[in-house]
Design a protein around this ligand. Structure first.
Ligand SMILES: [Zn+2]
Length: 115
């Protein structure tokens, strides 16, 4: 998956097209992500023992990971990303548009560090 939890992503399709939100959860098995405030639906609940009133519960539904792009704060929009090794040996993600780093991943590996 090209996005992970707590990433800020932009939505490409559907009612929420163009909006950005934080990834709350990833579902790699089905290639979906749950994004804060995106694809909200109302679940109608009947009254039960725990919830005497019943009513409506608003919750986010998963969207296909292919329909979101990682948000680049420099480009101010969702962008395609690449992976590369930073000078300190960290693998990092970068924006293919402006080439800025979008954050390091994992541990630094000395063999990839530039001396
Ligand atoms: Zn960018």
């Amino acid at each position: 998956m090209h996005v992970k939890k707590d990433d800020i992503v932009q939505i490409l399709t559907g009612d929420d097209r163009g909006t950005t939100g934080r990834v709350l959860r990833t579902l790699p098995d089905v290639n979906k992500v749950v994004v804060e405030g995106v694809n909200r639906v109302y679940k109608h609940l009947k009254p039960n023992r725990r919830n005497a009133q019943g009513g409506r519960l608003s919750k986010e539904m998963p969207v296909a990971a292919s329909n979101v792009l990682l948000y680049c704060s420099t480009c101010r929009r969702g962008v395609r990303l690449g992976h590369r090794y930073a000078d300190d040996g960290h693998k990092e993600r970068f924006c293919r548009e402006c080439k800025n780093s979008l954050g390091a991943l994992g541990k630094a590996r000395a063999s990839y560090a530039k001396k």
